[in-house]
Design a protein around this ligand. Structure first.
Ligand code: QV4
Ligand code: CA
Length: 497
């Protein structure tokens, strides 16, 4: 379950947060497959609550009403079509599975749900699953509010309600069966695996039971006996009662230290310096390489939810962001995930964004807008599409080209300039300090002229960016200024001209 089942030597997942299924299908065909993306993490596809106060927040999708497949992203038909079209071009689909809970306890009663199913939060009645009051862990929770009040108490964290969300009792065979039935339906349709939401709030033993019920992947697109890829959301920045180590035997786990630390390094906070990343990975007390899913930011911490705090770098700091994502994609550690966001109207009052709830670009009736693509390949209508930024797309390709190669030829200036290679397949040089670099380094690559894939790219036999001349003994001269659009350079075997 640790294997993402990437096809054709691909390596990277993109989270198309809040995208419609029809847009994802088109994106697989027109962009993700040709650029070598391995898979897409999609927003939860199941039926969710629909809220007016605030108006259609993005987080309504983390409040399930049933496991029917109609959501803000589209209908079941559109969902099926997306899976087929993405699989047909070798791009995997990973579902965000919300299985710890249903909607909030204050969710009311009625048909305000994405497929129109009736439910009652107060009676804990969800007939479209069906779940009834017996299926929730109310009697196990010992706090007076019924909510998690103290993250130091592992029983509360697992058995009480996360921000009032009605907590499912996954110890029950019936609940385990319903959750597994939902996930198996998705496997049948052709998904490659799951991002499992809120795993810290579920007992590892319960998860083990649910995962044990899952079928192998659909053999129309995957080899026989392939188990679904599982990556579990557990926020562990160290020093908490619940540790990621309780989950790594079940599947991969999100490494939240990665983005928090990388943010500090590139922002130069806490006296961090880029050259300290010589031991990046396990050397920074991250989980072992084979267990980690890594990312610079996610849909929570890019807007102050979840964990990581203010050091997290997002598209709002675009220059820094490209460097951080570029570094991540060049470095061998972990399975990499790239964020693709929408923009919203941020409004900070006393350091808190009043609009952190705002949903995706929408029409007046609340339906999500389609993603439009501009002639220069960037997106419009409020969709940011970081994955289409040249520097990021080209580093996704870089990661595929160097896949399997060790980190080699490390160089640093004892401060904020570093460079390293990936065998003889690729080399990156980057700095995070206002300065100019003028240095000759051993790239480990074969002699020739390479096109820098950050300032441009190879197009036919031409290079639209800087050219890097590698001598026959592998050395190359790098001259970069902080005034350049991006203070980093990357070359790889397929950018040779
Ligand atoms: C509020 C109060 C409660 C109160 C309740 C009364 O906070 O104390 O009892 O009203 O009704 C939303 C609101 C939240 C509200 C809750 C229930 O933001 O204020 O409770 O709904 O109505 C997302 C959002 C949450 C949102 C949730 C459900 O981030 O704000 O809650 O969706 O809509 C921890 C966890 C980690 C989690 C992270 C955010 O360990 O697992 O917090 N991350 C995942 C997802 C995340 C999602 C959830 C889990 C829940 O990545 O996006 O939360 O599925 O660190
Ligand atoms: Ca729970």
């Amino acid at each position: 379950q640790h294997n993402p089942h990437f096809k054709r030597g691909r390596t990277t997942i993109v989270h198309l947060f809040e995208w419609r299924w029809s847009d994802i299908a088109a994106e697989c065909e027109r962009f993700l497959a040709p650029k070598g993306f391995g898979g897409v993490q999609i927003s939860p596809p199941n039926e969710h609550i629909v809220l007016d106060q605030p108006w259609r927040p993005w987080w309504q999708r983390y409040q399930p009403i049933s496991y029917d497949l109609c959501s803000r992203s589209g209908s079941e038909e559109e969902f099926k079509d997306m899976i087929i079209r993405c699989n047909n071009v070798g791009v995997n689909i990973y579902v965000d599975a919300v299985i710890n809970h249903m909607c909030g306890s204050g969710g009311g009663e009625g048909n305000h749900s994405s497929c129109g199913s009736w439910f009652s939060a107060s009676k804990k009645d969800f007939p479209s699953v069906p779940y009834s009051a017996w299926d929730f862990s109310v009697n196990k929770c010992r706090t007076s509010s019924g909510d998690i009040e103290n993250y130091g108490d592992i029983f509360q964290v697992r058995d009480c309600r996360l921000v009032s969300l009605l907590d499912l009792d996954l110890e029950k065979d019936y609940v385990r069966g319903k959750v597994a039935e939902y996930m198996n339906k998705l496997i049948d349709l052709g998904v490659a695996g799951f991002r499992v939401d809120a795993c810290k709030h579920m007992w590892p033993g319960d998860l083990e039971n649910v995962y044990g019920r899952l079928q192998n992947l659909n053999t129309t697109w995957f080899p026989r006996d392939s188990k679904p890829f599982i990556f579990q959301e557990v926020i562990d920045l160290g020093g908490e009662a619940i540790s990621y180590t309780e989950y790594v035997h079940l599947g991969r786990v999100t490494e939240f230290k990665y983005g928090a630390k990388l943010g500090k390094v590139f922002r130069k906070w806490d006296e961090e310096k880029l050259f300290y990343t010589r031991t990046w990975g396990e050397g920074w007390s991250f989980m072992s390489d084979g267990n980690a899913v890594v990312f610079v930011d996610n849909h929570d911490n890019q807007r102050g939810h979840g964990a990581g705090g203010s050091s997290i770098i997002t598209f709002w700091d675009s220059r820094l962001y490209k460097m951080a994502v570029g570094y991540m994609l060049a470095h061998p550690y972990g399975v990499t995930r790239v964020m693709s966001s929408y923009s919203w109207n941020r409004n900070f009052v006393n350091g808190k964004d009043q609009n952190d709830w705002m949903g995706p670009p929408s029409n007046t009736n609340g339906s999500t807008k389609s993603v439009s693509v501009n002639p220069d390949q960037t997106c419009g209508d409020g969709w940011v599409c970081e994955h289409r930024w040249r520097q990021i797309t080209n580093m996704v390709i870089f990661r595929n080209v160097v896949n399997g190669q060790p980190q080699t030829n490390w160089w640093d200036n004892q401060s904020n300039q570093v460079a390293f290679g990936r065998g003889d397949r690729g080399f990156i040089y980057c700095f995070s300090t206002p300065s100019t670099l003028n240095v000759t380094l051993n790239t480990g690559m074969s002699g020739g002229t390479y096109c820098d894939v950050i300032s441009g790219q190879k197009e036919g036999n031409n290079c639209t960016g800087k050219q890097i001349l590698v001598s026959d003994d592998g050395h190359a001269h790098f001259k970069i200024s902080n005034l350049d659009e991006d203070p980093f350079v990357a070359i790889h075997a397929e950018s040779k001209i």
